[in-house]
Design a binder for this molecule. Sequence first.
Ligand SMILES: [Zn+2]
Length: 481
Amino acid sequence: MADLLVRNLDWLIVWDEANARHAYARGWDLAVTGGAISHLGPGFAGTAAREIDGRGLMAMPGLVNVHSHASYIAVTKGLYEESAVPDAPDPVAGVLHVFSSLMTLQEHEKPHALNYALAELLLSGCTSICDLAFAWDGWLDTLGASGIRAWAAVQYASARYVSPNGHTLGYDWDTAGDGARLKAAIAVAERAAGHASGRLSPMLVPAQADSCSEALFRDTVAAADERGWLMQTHAAQTEWEVREMMQRHGCTSVVWLDRIGFLGPRTTLGHVVFTDQHPWMHLHARDDLPTLARTGATVAHCPTTQTRRGKTLQSFARYRRAGVNMAIGTDIHPHNMLDELRCATVMAKVADGDTHALFVDATFEAATIGGARALNRADLGRLATGCRADIVLVDTGHWTMKPLRDPLRSLVFTGLDRPVRHVFVDGVQVVADGTCLTIDVEAAAAGLDAAQKRMLGDVPSRDPLGRSIDSIIPLSLPMLG
Ligand SMILES: [Zn+2]
């Protein structure tokens, strides 16, 4: 007997093995047994412990988010969206300084930020995430309790970003501490691998290409190879970073990471916007995309955070043509994978100035299959017999889905998270009727609000120039009275 049966689904997005792509099906049944998809097709003859009427629903695979900072970044709402740091010549560099040195969540505040982000992700049909974070108490248990499938992506770095005067950004290096930091990260990753929830996995993350020593990258590769673990870093995120790397090494961030052995099919690079063929870089070389394709490394494309700074990949379609494995990450709020998917799709067209440059099937593939490939998990990101039952049921009768000719387009271009009705991870329901079952969203939001108020009150005492947050990042409108 199956554990769950969704009978007579109006629509499904299933994996067409013969053509190696997603395809629509209609009128099929979907059964789940022991956390895996045990039947997919018309006319299920068996019985099930629980049955859902699939009429008015579309089943699709849970979305895979390969790059998020769910542990802390939700607290930057109202601060980080438009990078308004007036004294910093490079807006991202300015924000890095503000963010890493002026605004820091206390340990007891972090569960609120993480729960808030995880609820938002689950409610937008995301069932797998990589949470890139510096390890904190309660991290793994909070991930585990949410019901999501998570890679605890433990960050560490050889250097801190510092700005003694508010307008330059530099590095405070401590390479002597590299060994201890890697050892501590491995210990946390091992606890993730053995977590009682059974849904956590480890990932090692030297935080940024420019903030970690070559030795730290090489030691990370050795540790990950020995254990079969995945790796990730931020690379080619800003022009500023790539210029810095070219000064240091005479090559781009991507080429340097390849030279030191960091790139491979178990490695994901966050962002990778400023490759050597990005027009703003004005470089002669054309090595970055072929290097990514040759090594099998994944690009975690996080369009929302980049487009808010007026930047985007040049271009999603070109990376795909070059043979680069593309995946999607949310990086920043909103933690809404469907919103990210819309942004990725639209910006791919803008970047090439061509509505036909790329269609939503390609970005949907990145948010499912591409992510699963990055995680070396062929049993995720697709609806197929034998795959894990990470399933999203979308209400095709929802007003935002009408008129309903093409449900994937209705969902990504109009509906977004609004018609997401039920979500399952490993066959366990985590969202029911649009409500997150595992997280008290209101409590998380209240805790996060209080944390932001406390954090912003502390800014003048942490800022070297004693400024208030309103003078560093002004409100979007002036305050009367
Ligand atoms: Zn990031």
